[in-house]
Design a protein around this ligand. Structure first.
Ligand code: BG6
Length: 499
């Protein structure tokens, strides 16, 4: 995971084919990442962008849109127009339906005339199109044109339950070998997420405490101030469970809980992560209902502005029971974590945009100080702040000066920006570079996705079976309804109120 990856500099031409190139993802994320790789000489030497989509665009319109995307969304400002021009000098647009064989034949002819050797396919379309695109890639004459490597990058969501994910995997594997498949979870490309393993396994001091002897519980929070915006069409069929829990949250949990891999390579790291997913305590429907909590945002204030409730967002059904907040209490049933609850939560329209992992350590075995006098309990909590204030904080109890045995929380803090300067690079830069150099460590493997869906599907089935007509609501800009506090409070614990 941490070895420097090199781009292919062999001189062979590499086509980067984006299906669904006209969508937002390409403009906002993929193109700025490609530009960043170009500006830092990390693209393969003969790199050629090919856009494939239904919209009535031309090569010129493609270049214009991609250029605008870089200008607007690149973190490297001001942008170097020469670099953009060179990167897009041979950019080609193929206008086609995804189920029209002729589009794929045109792509094959393009590979032929351009003497393309390596091919990176990127699925940035709505997921409903994935299977037909993959089938066409497999059945068309495209396969006769590869002379170097061929890979496919697939965006989330990868299926919508265990059945559809298994079916999609079947189609994927009928055309590609597993080592050609790069399933994206962009959280794994975040610098701070990669740092979880560095922090745990490059340092000797925390790992001995990282287990059920010393850890009381773990809290993982992924909170957003954004609402559903213009994505109701997708979100209504997804909810936070499919959008965040099945992927980002379970990935963060796996990295937090996994054993040290035997080496930092794709096989070893993913072997350990998948063991954690398989160790999640399986739930019957009644367990799933007792150990999860869901809710939906109502109108409220975000940054001083009134925002609409979920049901008033454009495209949301008036009787929608799609959850925009979810909390779960999970148990990793292995020797290291037996009995330690992992509380995870994620919501839209929360008071803060933040992702953090908090390791709450147990209290001392026998209190020596007069607890009546203490300002709160001595809170040994280690927080990995993954975003936006990237850093790590360790809180401990310190004696308040002059007071008789009064203890106050004090902090040791590490801040990425202060320590290293600058902003961490965009996740997609690292992910695209790794995919082009064939390193799959930061991508999810078939068995991993399967295990994550297997667990998630048990919750989905229980929710479906419970036939609720309405969900509890929380005012936008709050940390969820009171039920969210009761949910964690049942264990005598409380949600952290991040600073
Ligand atoms: C995406 C979800 O995967 O992650 C979005 O589909 C969510 O709904 C986003 O907003 C959050 O990503 P980040 O990088 O902003 O934390």
């Amino acid at each position: 995971m941490f070895k420097e990856t090199q781009s292919d500099q062999s001189g062979d031409s590499t086509a980067f084919v984006i299906f669904g190139v006209t969508g937002d993802l390409t403009r906002r994320k993929l193109m700025p990442a490609i530009y960043e790789l170009a500006a830092t000489n990390r693209l393969p030497v003969n790199f050629q962008l090919v856009g494939f989509a239904r919209r009535d665009w031309t090569d010129e319109i493609l270049v214009q849109n991609m250029t605008e995307g870089v200008e607007k969304f690149s973190r490297r400002q001001p942008v170097d127009t020469e670099v953009i021009k060179n990167t897009l000098s041979s950019a080609t647009y193929i206008m086609s339906d995804f189920n029209d064989p002729e589009g794929y034949n045109r792509l094959a002819r393009l590979f032929d005339t351009r003497k393309i050797c390596n091919v990176m396919y990127y699925l940035a379309t709505p997921p409903d199109n994935y299977e037909e695109i993959i089938r066409h890639i497999g059945s068309s004459s495209l396969k006769d044109h590869y002379c170097g490597w061929t890979r496919i990058v697939i965006e989330k969501p990868y299926g919508r339950d265990i059945h559809s994910a298994t079916e999609l995997d079947g189609v994927v594997h009928s055309v590609f070998k597993e080592n050609q498949v790069f399933r994206i979870d962009h959280y794994l490309g975040k610098e701070t997420v990669q740092n979880i393993l560095v922090f745990r396994f490059a340092n000797g001091i925390f790992e001995p405490l990282w287990n059920n002897h010393y850890v009381d519980h773990v809290q993982i929070t992924v909170s957003e101030t954004n609402g559903v915006g213009t994505r109701a069409g997708y979100y209504e069929t997804s909810g936070v469970i499919r959008d965040i829990f099945q992927n980002h949250l379970l990935q963060l949990l796996s990295l937090t809980a996994m054993e040290a891999p035997v080496a930092f390579n794709d096989k070893s790291v993913r072997d350990e992560k998948v063991k954690i997913l398989r160790s999640l305590r399986p739930w019957k429907a009644s367990d799933a209902l007792a150990n999860t909590y869901r809710a939906q945002y109502a109108s409220g204030m975000i940054d001083g502005q009134r925002v609409p409730g979920y049901k008033d967002e454009p495209g949301v059904a008036p009787a929608s029971i799609t959850e925009t907040y979810m909390a779960a209490r999970l148990f990793v049933d292995n020797w290291r974590w037996a009995g330690v609850p992992f509380y995870v939560r994620s919501g839209k329209r929360m008071p803060a945009f933040l992702t953090e992992i908090a390791i709450q350590f147990k209290q001392v075995p026998l209190p020596l100080f007069n607890w009546q006098n203490m300002a709160g309990d001595a809170p040994n909590v280690l927080v990995l702040n993954l975003q936006p204030n990237e850093g790590i904080t360790l809180t401990f109890g310190a004696k308040l000066p002059g007071q008789i045995n009064q203890i106050a929380p004090a902090k040791m803090e590490f801040n990425y920006q202060q320590a290293f300067g600058g902003n961490p690079p965009e996740a997609y830069v690292r992910l695209l570079q790794d995919a082009m150099s064939g390193d799959a460590t930061l991508f999810t493997r078939s068995d991993e996705v399967h295990a994550a869906w297997e667990f998630t599907s048990s919750i989905l089935d229980a929710w479906k079976g419970s036939q609720v007509k309405n969900l509890p609501v929380y005012e936008a800009g709050t940390w969820g309804p009171p039920g969210a506090d009761d949910f964690i409070g049942a264990g005598g614990r409380h949600w952290r109120e991040p600073a």
